[in-house]
Design a protein around this ligand. Structure first.
Ligand SMILES: Cc1cc2nc3c(=O)[nH]c(=O)nc-3n(C[C@H](O)[C@H](O)[C@H](O)COP(=O)(O)OP(=O)(O)OC[C@H]3O[C@@H](n4cnc5c(N)ncnc54)[C@H](O)[C@@H]3O)c2cc1C
Length: 559
């Protein structure tokens, strides 16, 4: 009988990060929430954090990402069915997100609901983020539906219901529904005015004016949603329509799924190409107002891009901290090596600053009756979407490198860092790519009011909250305000050329002012010293000497 040779012992490999509490261990998130919602209890967040960091939910995330959805255009007898089949773990995750009320539920709740939802969204992202695509779209379209009262009356109760009901049935028969958005066509995504899909009026109905839509959408995510808000050209111009997948009479609408996209990441989410062959749709609002309506929804999906990226940044940073605490090289734990300490602390700063900025925007969304907050919402939507999403990919690459070769390995979906890295660029692209966001900041600045009520004054007020705390920040804010004032008064190619730089610097100034208010002194000082002084933002791991790196690492350590 042959004896099995023992070739080696497996040593010095880090354990998987599992069984931690994604809320309790996230000091940055907790402190930001304590600042924005000082009177709110947080036992429910602790419970959610424990559940999301637990082995069961993390396994659902792995499986949902590993087993991509399948499109069935026809049944075996040749009838169109246009159904997408998902792995059970996809259903488990989306069901949990709806149960937590991450879709339209906050629109049925009171003050603070959007901030609570933002925190939960940030935590849920640390599972399989692509599952949140229909959740985010349902959140974003719901207020827009108010422009058609009868439709709103029928759909709102089910959109805000916390019951997930994936059955392919008309709205009347469902316990809960989700909605998607269809703007992008082959010839134009950012420039939706180039849309060629047409809408022809057919008749007045109990849901208002019904049209017939002919055309296509080049990207049409989550096609198993119960309805979609789509853009199409009506006689009065580009208009917004509510297009249900099932018609009130119980028949399928003419929504023909052509194929599913083969994507870099975002695997659990089905993103389809679709054709509308005379699909029935109901006008929402007036003809010709489609662009404005879509832009309003965009402010909400853009919030989620910032929140989602902040969540992924937190997850990547947690993985890097966990790994380097356990892995040893050259006689020490990696986290004890001075240069690795510099890299990790830098990641912690970026992650906390992203969380702070995303939640600041969520506060502005939450306070809908506060004029100052509405100016901040207009200002920070493009700023946060641009900057947080841009930094996300850079952070994911560096966090992956902290794990060495293991960081690059997928291992049947167990390589969470690789999954994060593949997902990151998407939040920067969809819902308005980087340039579109930077140009939108210029647009926001130019809408000056007659009094002090404009975004420029709002930014000055916001930055004044941190004045006097740090000389570097004071100087930086002053220079940013001068450039902002200039950009508000002049328009032209020169200003467009500098739009990204401006968006970056506004983001940094606001992030620093927030860190002053709810981060530790060690984090605030290091952020100012590394991002606002000297050469500014550089490759991670270039923090100057003299900062309290251990305190920064300790604050961010997951548990
Ligand atoms: C996985 C995935 C899912 C998606 N799901 C949906 C969906 O469900 N519904 C939907 O409607 N869309 C969806 N999209 C589409 C997405 O919103 C668009 O891809 C995005 O808005 C960019 O549009 P585009 O692809 O046409 O690129 P373009 O508009 O061609 O833009 C290309 C580049 O040019 C830049 N650019 C454009 N104009 C200017 C300018 N004036 N100055 C400087 N730079 C400029 C942009 O910033 C971008 O970097 C999805 C995309 C992806 C990748």
């Amino acid at each position: 009988m042959a004896t099995m040779l023992t070739t080696h012992d497996v040593t010095n490999q880090a354990s998987p990060l599992a069984g931690h509490n994604v809320y309790a261990g996230d000091r940055a998130l907790r402190d930001a929430l304590a600042f924005h919602l000082p009177d709110a209890a947080d036992a429910h967040r602790h419970a959610l954090g424990a559940s999301l960091g637990g082995a069961d939910m993390q396994e659902h995330a792995r499986l949902a990402n590993l087993h991509k959805p399948h499109l069935h255009t026809h049944d075996r007898f040749g009838h169109r069915i246009d159904e997408v089949e998902f792995h059970p773990s996809y259903h488990a995750l989306i069901g949990a997100a709806m149960q937590a009320g991450l879709h339209a539920t906050p629109w049925a709740q009171g003050p603070g609901a959007h901030l609570e939802r933002a925190a939960a969204f940030l935590m849920f992202t640390q599972l399989e983020p692509s599952v949140l695509c229909p959740i985010s779209m349902s959140y974003a379209v719901t207020p827009a539906l108010r422009a058609n009262a009868p439709l709103f009356d029928t759909w709102f109760g089910k959109l805000s219901s916390t019951r997930y009901d994936p059955r392919p049935l008309p709205v009347q028969a469902k316990h809960g529904v989700t909605m998607g958005m269809g703007m992008t066509e082959k010839q134009g995504g950012s420039d939706v005015r180039a849309n060629t899909s047409t809408a022809r009026f057919e008749e007045d109905t109990p849901w208002g004016q019904r049209y017939s839509i002919v055309g296509h959408k080049w990207f049409f995510s989550a096609p198993m949603c119960d309805a979609f808000l789509v853009l199409a050209q009506a006689p009065g111009g580009l208009s917004c329509f509510h297009l249900p997948r099932w018609l009130p009479d119980g028949t399928r609408n003419a929504v023909h799924l052509q194929r599913l996209k083969d994507k870099l990441g975002n695997h659990a989410n089905a993103s389809s190409e679709v054709e509308f062959a005379g699909a029935q749709a109901w006008l929402v609002g007036e003809e010709g107002r489609g662009v404005q309506q879509i832009l309003e929804m965009g402010t909400l999906t853009r919030l989620d891009c910032a929140l989602g990226t902040a969540g992924l940044m937190r997850q990547a940073t947690s993985l890097a901290l966990h790994h380097t605490t356990q892995r040893r090289a050259f006689g020490k734990a990696l986290i004890e090596q001075p240069l690795m300490k510099n890299v990790l602390a830098d990641l912690c700063l970026e992650s906390e600053a992203a969380t702070a900025l995303a939640l600041r925007l969520a506060r502005a969304v939450d306070r809908q009756n506060d004029p100052f907050e509405q100016l901040m919402r207009r200002l920070l939507t493009p700023v946060a979407k641009f900057w947080v999403c841009k930094r996300g990919s850079a952070l994911a690459q560096e966090a992956m490198e902290c794990l060495g070769g293991n960081g690059y390995v997928e291992e049947h979906g167990a390589g969470t860092m690789a999954r994060i890295y593949r997902e990151m660029p998407l939040n920067s692209i969809w819902e308005g790519a980087g340039n579109i966001m930077a140009l939108d900041l210029l647009r926001a600045l130019r809408k000056r009011g007659k009094s002090d009520a404009d975004v420029v004054h709002a930014l000055a007020t916001e930055l004044a909250t941190a004045r006097g705390a740090n000389a570097v920040l004071d100087g930086f804010s002053e220079r940013v305000m001068a450039r902002v004032a200039e950009a508000a008064d002049v328009s032209g190619p020169e200003e467009e050329l500098g739009a990204r730089r401006l968006a970056q610097d506004v983001a940094l100034a606001v992030q620093a002012s927030l860190l002053r208010r709810h981060a530790s002194d060690a984090v605030f000082d290091a952020f100012c010293a590394s991002r606002l002084a000297g050469q500014g933002v550089q490759v991670f791991g270039t923090l100057p000497a003299g900062l309290k790196l251990d305190a920064i690492l300790q604050r961010a350590m997951p548990h």
